[in-house]
Design a protein around this ligand. Structure first.
Ligand code: GDP
Length: 411
């Protein structure tokens, strides 16, 4: 079966080659993208998305709306009392999604408990540690012997949810983004945009963008458009950049709007449609994440964030090795620096006594015999006629004749 497929493929290649004979300029490397495409589709894709922000901002609802799944079936919601003492937890959900034969292993990393405590100082720490741990694991796997099936759990993007009820960023938002912007691609989103009027959304976006700039936060930067791209594409790209932070709405329910069944939120005064570009930026965010920038998010993770981590790791490892080497060199040079092992609980004289006893033991041990023989041999040498002198004389006759290879003989 496999052979016939191969033969067919080979025959097709030959025939197409004959056809192409007329076109002498054609070598065939134009098919390289097809080969890459086939291989990648076979291998499948993976993507790890982190969602962070205070609980109740609609993170789980948005993730379900984005990937049309129900990732949070078994979620246990905590009451207010439990949340006060709760620390930030990191949870991971993985789903395999398939669309037109293309498989995507999607991992969602959630941060329940973030920003929920009374004192939220350094609550970003466990999130930062998690990201570092994934880098560390990858670094270990990559430096190991079998690098064929490395599981890549590095976080490719972090959707950071900003509350629609504040005036711009809160101190916690600034702290979180500043602590993580060099570890992960941060994409800020303005949560529950249906609670704001269009003017409010516009004003809040401008304020948040200004504050991001003011605090020196480096959020994910969309790559610049190539100059040869068509005007439509350039305009779409600019619109996407002006959209930051994406004003989003999520919903787990399907409602009927204008005779169509859509994901939306039903209010007494009307329906808010999640996928309606006039209502929010949900479609723009989904297109960016899935259709246009998923690969770039992965590339930036690999080439910038992971590379930074790796360089930092290698630097500190090198520093440690150099320090250790210098220490050893110093110890060797100042021979007296060797610490003399002390027997616990023994006084100096007792230690000396013990050392003397050990010396005696060594002197009377079986390995002394060859030495004695050697000495005897040296005393009554039977010179053998030597034509060529050895290029390197043995360090001592004792070593030459010793058969027991004990430490004393060797040194
Ligand atoms: P999480 O704790 O951040 O994961 O928040 P959830 O997804 O559990 O949502 C908390 C509550 O907010 C639920 O009652 C949701 O129905 C509601 N919710 C989610 N998304 C939106 C939204 O876009 N707009 C509004 N008004 N409510 C939302």
């Amino acid at each position: 079966m496999e052979n016939s497929t191969l033969n067919n493929r080979f025959r097709t290649a030959l025939f197409s080659h004959e056809d192409e004979d007329q076109d002498k300029e054609y070598v065939g490397f134009a098919t390289l993208p097809n080969q890459v495409h086939r291989k990648s589709v076979k291998k499948g894709f993976d993507f790890t998305l982190m969602v962070a922000g205070e609980s109740g901002l609609g993170k789980s609802t948005l993730v379900n709306s984005l990937f049309l799944t129900d990732l949070y079936k078994d979620r246990k919601l905590l009451n207010a009392e439990e949340r006060i003492t709760q620390t930030v937890e990191i949870t991971k959900h993985t789903v395999d999604i398939e669309e037109k034969g293309v498989k995507l292993k999607l991992t969602i990393v959630d941060t329940p408990g973030f920003g929920d405590a009374v004192n939220n100082t350094e609550c970003w720490k466990s999130v930062a540690d998690y990201i570092d741990q994934q880098f560390e694991q990858y670094f270990r796997d990559e430096s190991g012997l079998n690098r064929k099936n490395i599981q890549d759990n590095r976080v490719h993007c972090c959707l950071y949810f900003i509350s629609p009820f504040g005036h711009g960023l809160r101190p916690l938002d600034v702290e979180f983004m500043k602590a993580l912007h060099e570890k992960v691609n941060i994409v800020p989103v303005l949560a529950k945009a249906d609670t704001l009027t269009p003017t409010e959304v516009k004003r809040k976006k401008i304020k948040i963008r200004e504050e991001i700039e003011q605090y020196g936060i480096k959020i994910y930067q969309f790559p610049d458009c190539d100059s040869d791209e068509d005007e439509d594409f350039k305009q779409q790209d600019q619109e996407l950049k002006d959209c930051i932070p994406f004003a989003v709405i999520g919903s787990n329910t399907v409602v009927e709007a204008k005779g169509k069944r859509v994901r939306g939120r039903l209010y007494p005064w009307g329906i808010v449609e999640v996928e309606n570009p006039a209502h929010c930026d949900f479609v723009k965010l989904r297109n960016m994440l899935v259709r246009t920038h998923m690969q770039d998010l992965k590339d930036v993770t690999r080439e910038t964030h992971y590379e930074n981590y790796r360089a930092h790791c290698i630097q500190s490892m090198t520093r440690m090795v150099v320090k250790e080497r210098n220490r050893n060199k110093l110890t060797r040079e100042s021979g007296t620096d060797f610490p003399i092992p002390m027997v616990p609980g023994a006084t100096d004289t007792e230690t000396e006594k013990l050392i003397r006893e050990k010396d005696e033991e060594v002197r009377h041990s079986p390995c002394q015999k060859p030495h004695e023989q050697t000495q005897h041999h040296e005393q009554h040498p039977e010179p053998e006629p030597r034509v060529d002198p050895p290029s390197e004389p043995p360090p001592s006759a004792e070593v030459e004749h010793c058969v027991c290879k004990c430490v004393i003989c060797v040194y």
